[in-house]
Structure formats: structure tokens, C-alpha cells
Design a binder for this molecule. Structure first.
Ligand code: PGA
Length: 258
């Protein structure tokens, strides 16, 4: 049990997407460490582009910040030009991998099947998979949100063993809220997240459903973080744009219980 009665340690992840050079990223991590100090009731990660992982991990070593990759390939090594394996990431001191982000699904052909393979590979190498799911605007308008989640969640977790269910994090990111400034209201986010947890329960049983951290993502910022984190089922956030500036990210990490 951690402070505030939560059994799951809140997780705040800054997804830098294709921003920051390696030097800029390392500098940001150093400043973040200075600004945050020790953190005992929440976990904080930054996810630089691949080129920034080494320096960011070095800057984060021995601190309470950890480093996530934005993607991972499912083979350990081989003739796969341009890809990076979970073995390589783990060797660099990376702790987690974002998998199946909607931008990867949309622009780079990521499917539920490739997501499942990547989730398995990350777990096998001791990385925390942060698996992204979420409906598009058209799907929401057509009333298909729950159906989409009921497909994406079990499909992405297809190769995960029941006992590892709690070692995966899921980020519910409605596609219409990403980078648009249109955040889901805490109630809408909370409802979808409850539905995601139901899927986990159906697939892995109640224990894994209780253990698994489910994050919200999509236009999270200093102005809405407190009310999002006040929703009992929301275990953290995946932050894009607002994670790029130190001040706004620090404010998000230091969310207050509403
Ligand atoms: P945003 O991105 O916070 O800029 O909406 C979130 C994400 O894509 O993970």
C-alpha cells in the first residue's frame, strides 16, 4: 500500500516523440532530477528517441528517474535494418518500452499482432511494456469505444502469461485526444479505463486486473493532471507535448490529490 491508499504505484511517463537531441535530453534529465529530488510515492520515466537513450539513461543512473524507449522490435538480433531489440535496450539501462502508440499504429503499420510480439519481447528482457490502446474519433462517434478496447487489450496481451499480467502497464490514449488539446474528461477517461481493466480481468483474472497499472494519455497538462489523477482507476499518465518543458512536466509529476 502506498500513500493515498493506492495499491499501484502511480507512473508518470513523458513521451518525447521525435523531439530533443541526445545532448538536450541528457540536460533535461539532469534538470529534472534536480527539480524533483527523491520521489517515494510515484515513478517517473522519460522516453527519448532511440538516439537519446544512452545519454538519458546515463544521466538518470542512480536517480529516481528511469528511461523508456518509444518502441522495440520483437527479435533479439538479426537482419532487420533499422530495428532495435529489447536485449539492446536492457543493456543500455532502459527500463521500459512504449508499445503500439497510436502514431505507430497509424503511420508505421503497427497492428495488434505486432504489439503482442513486442509486449512479450519487452517482458522477456525485463522491460516494462507500456502498451497503448484507444479508439479514434470516428470509432467513438460510432459508439465503438468499448468494442475497440475489447479487441485491442486481449490481442495485445495475447502472449503474456497470467502470472506476468501485473508486470505490464496499459496506456489508454483516445486518439482524438492526442496532441489536440481535447482531453477526455476525467469521467470519460475513468470509464474507458474501467472497461480496460475489465478486459484484463476477463483475460488474466482479478489479481492481474488489480495489479496492472492503467494510465491515461491525451493532452495531459498542468491544468488537468490533478483531476485526472483523482479518478480512482487512473494509475498515472502518458504525457506528450507537456513533457517537453521542464516546468510543465515537473508540475505534472507533482500532481496534487484533488
Ligand atoms: P499529448 O500526447 O500529451 O501531446 O496529447 C500524448 C501521447 O501521444 O502519448
Amino acid at each position: 500500500m502506498v500513500r493515498g491508499g493506492r495499491t499501484r504505484v502511480p507512473l508518470i511517463v513523458g513521451n518525447w516523440k521525435m523531439f530533443k537531441t541526445s545532448a538536450e535530453g541528457a540536460q533535461f534529465v539532469r534538470e529534472l532530477v534536480d527539480a524533483l529530488g527523491a520521489l517515494d510515492d510515484r515513478q517517473v520515466m522519460v522516453a527519448p528517441p532511440f538516439t537519446g537513450l544512452y545519454e538519458a539513461a546515463k544521466a538518470a543512473e542512480g536517480t529516481s528517474i528511469s528511461v523508456a524507449a518509444q518502441d522495440v522490435f520483437w527479435e533479439w538480433e538479426g537482419a532487420y535494418t533499422g530495428e532495435v531489440s529489447a536485449t539492446m535496450l536492457a543493456a543500455l539501462g532502459v527500463s521500459a518500452a512504449i508499445i503500439g502508440h497510436s502514431e505507430r499504429r497509424r503511420y508505421f503499420g503497427e497492428t495488434d499482432e505486432s504489439v503482442a510480439k513486442k509486449v512479450w519481447a519487452a517482458l522477456d528482457r525485463g522491460l516494462l511494456p507500456i502498451m497503448c490502446v484507444g479508439e479514434t474519433e470516428e470509432e467513438r462517434e460510432a459508439g465503438l469505444t468499448e468494442e475497440v478496447l475489447a479487441r485491442q487489450v486481449p490481442a495485445g496481451l495475447a502472449s503474456v502469461r497470467v502470472e506476468d499480467g501485473g508486470s505490464v502497464a496499459i496506456a489508454y490514449e483516445p486518439v482524438w485526444a492526442i496532441g489536440t488539446g481535447k482531453t477526455a474528461t476525467p469521467e470519460v477517461a475513468g470509464k474507458a479505463i474501467a472497461h480496460v481493466r475489465e478486459q484484463v480481468k476477463d483475460t488474466f483474472g482479478p489479481e492481474a486486473a488489480r495489479a496492472m497499472r492503467i494510465l491515461y494519455g491525451g493532452s495531459v497538462g498542468p491544468d488537468n493532471i490533478d483531476e485526472l489523477m483523482a479518478q480512482p482507476g487512473i494509475d498515472g499518465v502518458l504525457v506528450g507535448g507537456a513533457s517537453l518543458q521542464l516546468g510543465s512536466f515537473v508540475r505534472i509529476v507533482r500532481y496534487e490529490r484533488a
